[in-house]
Design a binder for this molecule. Structure first.
Ligand code: SF4
Length: 375
């Protein structure tokens, strides 16, 4: 059975004001972290379903590019001796600051064949509003360096809907993006997460997000412009050239198995969901005591797994495939949810195409509400 392997790198130079991903701003101790990860993988080996083969590897974070190519070389070699690791897609998330050609060539050499660059914006105004550590020039240089280092599968990450952004700002950015010609794009709407400095600034009223109508226009512009320039809008926030969809993330969206190493790493195996503590100290402590840091969060019943798979599949533009669900769960989603599907179709939020149902453009804007109907 195929599975995805995720590594959480819990280090950042500094915290961005909108971010609620787990990371700490201490300098990474590579040897210590490497030993802990290999120990974690060895402990997991006893618990993994038989025959699991990891076909993707994804280093996310945090800021994975704070760790050296040598770290990843040793990690991948170590993991290959512990797990059945035959990755066809190896992704590294990277931030533009400090990303030299030499460092990128090193990542390429140790096996990464996909780079996901966290540019977030291509305007000074945008980078400032998002509190990012890099400049527009560094962002552009990092794309050039990635190509020079031999990355032929490049994803660029952006955020839209930041305070002060206009439709013209987004149009200008999209023109620049088209010039950079990446294989994959992520465009996330800025969401204020409770507890972040951004959230507090919005509550205080010292910052304001764009109005609802403008956000809808931004969604529309992204969808139309990117589809016109050869991208396929394959997931709510993701666009790819044909065949360049992120294989790793498809494991999440299709509710397929994955293992997450490192603090805050999440795993989904069989019908069980595990999560590592969001605390580097506790994570390392558990491993020092030769214990798996993962906590079993939930064991899904057959019905809950069926519902959850529908909710996740709805994120994809291919939607929910009747035959796939019948053979996987022995149940027909069109029959189980006949009423809900009809109601959502009447409201223009779902459309039916052959043996599938999927979100419409409006449905994507209200995805959370649609998904609730299936839970
Ligand atoms: S957005 Fe990225 S770089 Fe900024 S704090 Fe979060 S994980 Fe770190």
């Amino acid at each position: 059975m195929e599975a995805a392997l995720y590594l959480h790198v819990p280090f950042c130079r500094r915290k961005c004001p909108y971010c609620d991903f787990y990371s700490v701003t201490v300098p990474p101790e590579e040897d210590l972290y490497l030993r802990a990860l290999l120990k974690e993988a060895r402990l997991w080996r006893e618990h993994l379903p038989e025959g699991l083969v990891f076909v993707t590897f994804y280093a996310g974070g945090g800021t994975p590019s704070l760790l050296s190519p040598d770290f990843y070389g040793r990690l991948l070699e170590g993991l290959a001796g512990i797990l059945r690791l035959h990755p066809e897609e190896l992704t590294l998330e990277a931030n533009p600051e400090g990303l030299t050609l030499e460092r990128l060539s090193g990542y390429r050499r140790v096996g990464f064949n996909r780079l996901s660059l966290g540019l977030q914006s291509l305007s000074r105004k945008g980078l400032q509003a998002l509190g990012r550590a890099h400049t527009v020039e560094e962002a552009l240089r990092s794309v050039e360096a990635a190509r020079a280092a031999g990355f032929e599968n490049l994803s660029l990450d952006f955020i839209f809907g930041w305070p002060g952004q206009s439709l013209a700002d987004l149009e200008q950015e999209l023109a620049e993006v088209s010039r950079l010609s990446p294989e994959h794009l992520s465009y996330y709407e800025l969401t204020p997460e409770e507890g972040t400095p951004l959230y507090q600034a919005l509550r205080r009223g010292s910052l304001r997000l764009p109005e609802e109508d403008l956000l809808v226009e931004m969604h529309r512009l992204l969808h139309e412009r990117l589809e016109d320039t050869g991208f396929r809008h394959y997931e709510i926030s993701n666009y790819a050239r044909p065949g360049r969809e992120c294989r790793h993330n498809l494991f999440y969206w299709k509710a397929r198995p994955y293992l997450g190493l490192g603090p805050a790493g999440a795993s989904f195996l069989g019908r069980q969901r595990f999560r590592n503590p969001e605390d580097l100290g506790r994570y390392l402590e558990a491993l020092r005591a030769a214990k798996l840091p993962a906590i079993l969060e939930e064991t899904l019943s057959q019905e809950a797994a069926f519902r959850e798979a529908i909710v996740l599949n709805l994120r994809l533009s291919e939607g929910v495939n009747r035959e796939e669900f019948r053979s996987r769960f022995g149940e027909d989603p069109f029959e189980v949810f006949a009423e809900e599907i009809e109601e959502l179709r009447r409201k223009g939020l779902l459309e039916i195409q052959g043996g599938r149902f999927r979100l419409t453009f409006r449905g994507r804007l209200l995805a959370n509400q649609v998904q609730l109907k299936f839970l």
